[in-house]
Design a protein around this ligand. Structure first.
Ligand code: SAH
Length: 369
């Protein structure tokens, strides 16, 4: 039993089964034993790999996207460049480097990194050097005013709640303790819960008996705050994640360890735990808060529109010029292919932007409405 399983067992013995939300938040973010708090999970040696770790072109194009979006919104100065959950800091480092071509933007911006994990804050600080970055625990701590916000694989780490449709109606799925097998396991709440009210109406009424549906209260609340801020003070948010464009039933809670799927209820705190992002619910929250939503579009289409193939060719040309080897060239090619090809990360991953209603459509989303 891991230390977190013991902590959760004791909690459940005292006050009964806990919500999936509490389970997930504890597994990932417990101050001492949470998955993200204790380790650097990225890369070949870690548990999973993310887009900025696959190719530098990802962060570079996002940096240019920010510069163009800022320019066409009237170039507000100062502006906060906020990243939610920056991991190893690679995306921000690549984005800032690409902004050397937009000196006005670089001079106007201050990077803000929203990161809960001390281990990852240290990695980000090493990646960013003297970029003048600030760290904080939540978006609320960043200064009010114009903001460009980026988030890659952040929303999928925010805790969800699950409901199951039974013949008697929707019941919340909770996490209980099984004495016999000495394991955490999902159990159904005996009575209805007000959380059912968070389901979108189509899912709530149309899902068959046995269906599982998810809600992400924290993600929705955060999206609302982001859109409110963009609407009030200007500029934009750009969000990448894997998920579905329209709300639909499905149990998407998953754990990944050493690049393989694992049982979420075992080895708690030692595996990454995520859920698919419901872009339909996020878009609805952003619109309700006064934001204009663009997309979601497939990550592959978005990156192609931004010119990732030209950037790949430029990287290959520079490498050839420096006398680089064939293996390095192959890494550049396969990295970009992985980001954009359907069947790899090109379609499952989506990009969605939020702007002010009167601002122009940002790059990569032309024709998406
Ligand atoms: N964006 C990075 C990392 C994605 S992993 C990349 O693309 O490589 C998720 C990141 O979000 C980690 O840095 C994790 O520590 C952070 N994180 C997750 N939940 C958080 C929360 N509730 N508050 C602050 N940071 C969080």
């Amino acid at each position: 039993m891991t230390p977190l399983e013991e902590i959760l067992r004791q909690r459940i013995m005292v006050s009964g089964p806990i919500t999936i939300e509490e389970f997930m938040a504890t597994a990932l973010m417990h101050p001492r034993h949470g998955y993200y708090m204790t380790r650097n999970p990225f890369g070949a040696e870690g548990d999973f790999i993310t887009a900025p770790e696959i190719s530098q072109a990802f962060g570079e194009l996002i940096g240019l996207w920010c510069a163009v979006t800022w320019q066409s919104a009237g170039a507000p100065d100062p502006v906060a460049l906020v990243e939610l959950g920056p991991g190893r800091g690679t995306l921000m480092a690549d984005a800032l480097r690409a902004m050397a071509t937009a000196p006005g933007f670089r001079a106007a911006l201050t990077p803000w990194l929203v990161e809960a994990s001390p281990t990852l804050r240290a990695a980000q600080s090493r990646a960013l050097g003297d970029a003048g970055a600030h760290w904080c625990d939540s978006l609320n701590e960043t200064p009010d005013g114009p903001m460009l916000l980026i988030a890659n694989e952040f929303f999928d780490a925010l805790p969800i709640r699950q409901l199951e449709r039974t013949p008697a109606g929707w019941r919340e799925r909770l996490v209980g303790w099984d004495e016999q097998s000495e394991r955490l396991r999902p159990v159904l709440a005996p009575a209805a819960s007000p959380v059912e009210g968070l389901l979108v109406s189509s899912v709530r009424s149309a899902a068959p008996v046995g269906a599982v549906a998810e809600v992400a209260p924290e993600a929705v609340a955060l999206m609302r705050r982001i859109a409110e801020r963009v609407a009030a003070h200007g500029v934009a948010a750009l969000i990448f994640d894997y998920g579905h464009p329209v709300s639909a039933p499905g149990d998407t809670l998953q754990a990944v360890r050493g690049h393989r799927y694992a049982d979420p209820f075992q080895d708690v705190g030692k595996a990454d735990m995520t859920a698919h992002v419901d872009f339909g619910a996020l878009a609805e929250a952003a619109r309700a808060a006064g934001g204009e939503v663009h997309g979601p579009v497939g990550q592959g289409d978005f990156l192609r529109m931004l010119g990732i193939e030209a950037r790949r060719d430029a990287l290959l040309a520079t490498l050839a010029h420096k006398g680089g080897d064939a293996a390095a060239a192959e890494r550049i090619r396969s990295g970009v292919a992985r980001l954009i090809e359907a069947g790899q990360m090109g379609t499952v991953f989506k990009a969605m932007a939020v702007t002010r209603p009167d601002d122009p459509v940002p790059p990569g989303f032309e024709g998406s409405r």
